[in-house]
Design a protein around this ligand. Structure first.
Ligand SMILES: [Zn+2]
Length: 103
């Protein structure tokens, strides 16, 4: 199946999924497809890591900036940050792969 080779079309598809994955918007089968791809594709795993890093910085920024509560709630509700299922998956992914680098 060529699973260990770089596959530009597959990588492009997976990267298109990652934002939706982080928002828990994908079907279970698609989630699995993303996770399986990230488990062997270092390039996409790095891309994924960068998305998480960005979200972590965004969360940090939001928690440090004084904003009206209603605005903050709107911002938070539009991101993955307050969704425990997505965050839980992210955390376990990082425990497995990037333990000492980010968390
Ligand atoms: Zn890839």
């Amino acid at each position: 199946m060529g699973m260990l080779n770089f596959e530009p079309q597959v990588c492009g598809k997976i990267r298109g999924y990652i934002g939706h994955y982080l928002n828990s918007e994908l079907l279970v089968e698609t989630n699995i497809e993303v996770l399986q791809h990230l488990s062997y594709c270092q390039s996409c795993a790095t891309f994924y890591q960068e998305q998480i890093y960005f979200l972590a910085r965004l969360k940090e920024t939001l928690s440090n900036v004084e904003v009206p509560e209603s605005l903050e709630n709107r911002i938070r509700s539009s991101t993955v940050l307050e969704k425990p299922t997505a965050l839980g998956k992210v955390v376990s992914f990082f425990r497995a792969r990037f333990t000492s680098r980010i968390w």
